[in-house]
Design a binder for this molecule. Structure first.
Ligand SMILES: Nc1nc2c(ncn2[C@@H]2O[C@H](COP(=O)(O)OP(=O)(O)OP(=O)(O)O)[C@@H](O)[C@H]2O)c(=O)[nH]1
Ligand SMILES: [Mg+2]
Length: 402
């Protein structure tokens, strides 16, 4: 009889312990209840003892098991693991229509660039346009990064026309300067950003440039412009150097409901770009925008890598646009970058960013001359809708004021 009672007691103890283990095991997978009163982390971990097991009430075994089994610091808290994980979907934004942007462009430009136009007008208005004055005019243009050759051309034309004009009214001077600056900026260049899908393939745009010029921001802003125009967009995060770069792009995409294709950190950027176009095709997207990592034009290895990204994407179809993003504040150095990038990836358009923070808008002229490629877009601030199509008339008007 005693033996039977002993056997039953042992069975109850064993089952109890097993039950406790099971509950403890399951509990680690399922969300925990709010933690008990602050655990005493200074107390030594409780060691289970043979006698204790039998005495431990069934209601409590998990406390013992948790304290023994879980490595220090891993005790889950209610904050870390909510009962029902909340997935917050950000609301999809409807970007500002592109039509209103021109007005803002002028306001932002004139704030920083007026010095150039106004300075030129003041100089031209002097009663005696002597050699010193013409030299000052030249200096004003050079300071604004217009470049030596275009400056000499402009000054030559102005000298000629002012001579023909004889006496000058301020309106005549303004009109004359406007015409000549416009000529210099190139009113007839085709500045359309080519994003049209055709024959079952999306428009493919790749964005390149040195570090920190505004590539990712521009890609995000451009996605917004396209979405605002009713296009579906896929983003390719071909900057695989840092996971944060892909996150940055994805955040831009999520705001307007654009899907982002990304790869592992440190992975092959060419294969991410390839996959982005592949997914874009499969999804029937209108446009695929590929953001690339910033790279110094002097690093041959990285420039070769960029060439490879382009070639690999072209296994799908030719690229419609390769946009070189230049920071307007970097001045003449931008020209050297432009030259190298153009050699490696056949740049088809220039995006001039940070024009809101510089009086060196003359770089528009210089860089177009350097590459024979038009400035297609300008960045005028850090805001999501601070990217505008480049329009020569509006640009020149902003320079000389109205
Ligand atoms: N004021 C102003 N800031 C800009 C403009 N475009 C970009 N920026 C800022 O420039 C900084 C760099 O922008 P990113 O888009 O991260 O530059 P990136 O070229 O992608 O940088 P990397 O990927 O590191 O090479 C950010 O702080 C942007 O907000 C612009 O048009 N105006
Ligand atoms: Mg970037």
């Amino acid at each position: 009889m005693e033996t039977i009672i002993l056997a039953v007691v042992i069975a109850v103890v064993v089952l109890g312990a097993l039950g406790g283990l099971l509950v403890g095991g399951l509990r680690r997978k399922s969300p925990p209840p709010p933690p008990p009163a602050a655990p005493d982390i200074t107390a030594p971990p409780a060691e289970p003892h043979v006698g204790e097991e039998a005495e431990t009430p069934r209601e409590e075994p998990r406390r013992t098991i948790e304290e023994v089994d879980l490595p220090e610091g891993s005790a889950p808290t209610a904050v870390e693991e909510p009962l029902v994980p909340e997935i917050e979907l950000p609301p999809i934004e409807v970007p500002e229509p592109t039509a209103g942007r021109l007005v803002r462009l002028r306001a932002r430009l004139s704030r920083s660039q007026n010095a150039l136009g106004k300075g030129l007008l003041n100089l031209l208005s002097r009663e005696h346009l002597d050699e010193d004055t013409w030299e000052e005019i030249e200096d004003t243009l050079l300071t604004a990064d217009v470049g030596v050759q275009p400056t000499q051309e402009l000054v030559g034309r102005l000298r000629e026309r002012v001579k023909v004009l004889g006496t000058r009214t301020p309106e005549e001077l303004r009109g004359l300067l406007r015409e000549e600056l416009l000529q210099l900026v190139g009113p007839d260049m085709d500045r359309t950003v080519r994003t049209e899908p055709e024959a079952g393939k999306p428009g493919i745009v790749m964005v390149v440039g040195v570090n920190g010029t505004g590539k990712t921001t521009t890609t995000g802003k451009l996605a917004r412009v396209l979405v605002a125009d009713g296009r579906s967009v896929v983003l390719g995060a071909a900057d695989t150097f840092r996971a944060a770069a892909a996150d940055q792009l994805q955040t831009w995409g999520e705001r307007v409901g654009a899907h982002t294709v990304r790869g592992p950190e440190g992975g092959d950027p060419a294969s991410v770009a390839f996959d982005a176009v592949k997914e874009g095709k499969e999804m029937g997207a209108d446009v695929v925008l590929i953001d690339t990592a910033g790279r110094l034009h002097t690093k041959t290895g990285l420039m070769d890598e960029l060439g490879k990204v382009k070639r690999v994407v072209e296994k799908h179809a030719p690229l419609d646009e390769v946009l070189l993003v230049l920071d307007a504040t970097t001045g003449q150095n931008g020209l050297i970058q432009a030259r190298v990038f153009a050699e490696v990836v056949d740049v088809t358009g220039i995006v001039l960013t940070k024009l809101d923070g510089t009086a060196k808008g003359g770089i528009v002229v210089a860089v177009q001359r350097e590459l024979g490629v038009p400035v297609k877009l300008v960045g005028l601030g850090e805001g999501p809708d601070d990217l505008a199509p480049f329009e020569p008339e509006a640009f020149v008007d902003a320079l000389i004021g109205e």
